[in-house]
Design a protein. Structure first.
Length: 106
């Protein structure tokens, strides 16, 4: 199960890095399909920075728990704890992002 954590963490780390550094807004769900009027209201730099950071934090959780589970006997518990924490961070981050007007241009 540690392989799933490490592989998923590596993929998310890569996606988060390229989203943040190269400002790839096309990787953000819903932004591509938004109308031009809606896109004009959103600060694309803020959005890609936030989503990239969120993905890298989630990747860090999976990578750390994947590496720790290599050395401990109770790896099954760590696997489920890591994915529960991963989901909590992703859902919490998305709720935070979508409540309020955090991405609107100033």
């Amino acid at each position: 199960m540690w392989i799933a954590n490490l592989a998923s963490g590596a993929l998310l780390l890569f996606l988060g890095f390229i989203t943040r550094v190269f400002k790839l807004s096309m990787l953000v769900a819903g932004y591509n399909t938004a109308s031009e009027e809606e896109k004009k209201k959103i600060d694309e730099k803020k959005m890609t920075r936030y989503v990239g950071n969120l993905l890298m934090i989630a990747a860090g959780i999976l990578l750390v728990f994947g590496l720790v589970s290599l050395w401990f006997e109770f790896a099954d518990y760590l696997f489920w704890i890591s994915w529960g924490l991963f989901l909590a961070v992703i859902i919490g981050g998305l709720v935070y992002l979508n409540t309020g007007k955090r991405l609107e241009k100033e």
